[in-house]
Design a protein around this ligand. Structure first.
Ligand code: NAD
Length: 440
């Protein structure tokens, strides 16, 4: 099939779409394409997700089951684990995880497995787009190299692009459609088709000159956040000693109408992106005998923050003649940020681990996370969220606010707790009982 034929299919919304990896990134994309009238097949290795979707259920808090049921009733979407069906869609979008290994090197097994699966069925006239966050060079070095073995040529027979995902879970001001999308292609034909594909579902598409540039765009965005969060976290450590309120300073500095973007300190970095993505670049930089010092330093500061929180908890108890050992601590909020149901890389987990190691009796309450599951580095699978009641609060020696979910009334929390350690400034508007609050 010629480029013009695929272009026509894309523009007329007749192109079949395949989305590989039906998680936080893949599922919203599926919804968007179906909304625009495309037929979509979703591929995932997790049979539970496949059957839930096919039964019209959702496993992501901010995606209502009604939207999935609607997809299914329209008969324009089905989920499958049968990867030989990858020959069916004209356009395939890859949204699989890109975590780090325990040694903080890129773990590309998911991209590699997906690339292998696609290479088995790759045919002329297909457009492949990688969306998983990764280091510059991945699209060329893994996908392009592997697909060459098929005898097909990129830009002539099939088309290859990289287009980073920019989701902000929990942010109601932006949707998949309104977040501008960057695309880089292996050749100019690849780019043209990639831009056209995304223009069908996204208001603004920004082409860049290569897949490597597009890969680095995403890393720059997240490195920018990691470094600036580290900066305010470090300043928080200093202002704590100087007895200055860092949140007050940030709020006042934000009144500057130019040249200042506020970032806020916290108990550490969380989420699937910001604690992880910068290390993809650090790793790649080594190939060029280059050390990414800002990234290293930001990583050191951000990963030390849970230890600072523990220090503050210890000091708060010490002031009351107590120790961490034997103290019952309710961790309020285990999601990595407010109003999301995602615990990946959440600093709350590290804090719970450190508290447990010091002999505290830990429990947690989080309206978004009813149960914890086993993760690579933590196993709190025996724990469920405690109901947030007056009795629960009263029964604990200390309540540690680790995530500032907006559904919680923090004055009420303080009213019924004997001691509150607040890592997020969630209690800023609390008037009564301030002597029971320690900021960390
Ligand atoms: N979550 C975000 O807010 C966000 C934002 C921007 C970019 N990203 C990036 O997008 C990518 C995906 O992230 P996510 O948050 O959607 O992850 P996720 O874990 O929510 O979803 C990934 C899905 O891929 C599936 N999967 C794993 N290996 C597979 C394979 N070989 N074939 C098919 N499916 C497979 C998993 O079962 C899972 O359902 C990552 O690279 C991430 O860095 C995520």
């Amino acid at each position: 099939m010629r480029k013009e034929d695929l272009l026509h299919k894309i523009q007329s919304h007749e192109a079949g779409i395949g989305v590989i990896g039906l998680g936080y990134v893949g599922l919203p994309l599926v919804l968007r394409f179906v909304e625009e009238g495309f037929n979509v097949i979703g591929f995932d290795v997790d049979p539970a997700k496949v059957s839930q979707l096919n039964a019209g259920q959702s496993y992501i808090q901010h995606i209502e089951a009604g939207r999935i049921r609607h997809l299914r009733s329209e008969k324009r979407f089905e989920a499958t684990s049968e990867f030989k069906r990858l020959s069916e869609p004209d356009c395939i979008i890859i949204c699989v995880p890109t975590p780090l290994t325990p040694k903080k090197d890129p773990d590309l097994q998911y991209i590699e497995n997906t690339a292998q699966a696609i290479s088995k069925t790759l045919r002329a006239g297909q457009l492949i787009s990688l969306e998983s966050t990764t280091y510059p060079g991945t699209t060329d070095e893994i996908l392009l190299d592997l697909f060459k073995k098929s005898g097909l040529e990129a830009g002539r027979d099939y088309f290859l692009v990289f287009s980073p995902e920019r989701e902000d879970p929990g942010n109601a001001r932006f949707s998949t459609r309104t977040i501008p999308k960057v695309v880089g292609g292996t050749t100019s034909s690849c780019l043209e088709l990639g831009v056209s594909l995304y223009q069908q579902i996204i208001d603004k598409v920004i082409p860049v000159s290569s897949t490597r540039a597009a890969e680095l765009v995403k890393l720059l965005e997240n490195i920018y956040r990691a470094v600036n969060i580290a900066l305010v976290n470090e300043l928080k450590l200093l202002t704590d000693r100087m007895d200055i309120d860092i949140w007050e300073v940030i709020e006042a500095a934000s009144s500057k109408p130019f040249g200042f973007t506020p970032f806020y300190p916290g108990p550490g970095l969380g989420g699937h992106c910001i604690p992880i993505d910068p290390f993809y670049l650090s790793w790649k930089a080594k190939e060029f005998d280059f050390s990414t010092r800002f990234i290293q330093l930001a990583g050191e500061i951000n990963t030390s923050m849970p230890h600072y929180v523990i220090e503050k908890v210890g000091a708060a108890l010490n002031d009351r003649g107590r120790s961490i050992r034997g103290t019952s601590v309710l961790v309020l909020g285990v999601a990595y940020k407010k109003d999301v149901d995602d615990v990946r890389e959440s600093p709350s987990l590290e804090i719970m681990k450190l508290l447990g190691e010091r002999g505290a009796e830990i429990s947690y309450s989080d309206p978004f996370i009813p149960k914890l599951h086993k993760m690579r580095e933590y196993d709190f699978s025996y724990m469920s969220s405690e109901p947030l009641t007056e009795n629960t609060l009263r029964s604990k020696d200390l309540v540690l606010i680790a995530t500032d979910h907006s559904t919680i009334d923090y004055q009420w929390v303080v009213d019924h707790s004997s001691l509150v350690v607040d890592t997020r400034n969630a209690t800023k508007a609390v008037c009564n009982g301030r002597d029971r609050i320690v900021r960390a």
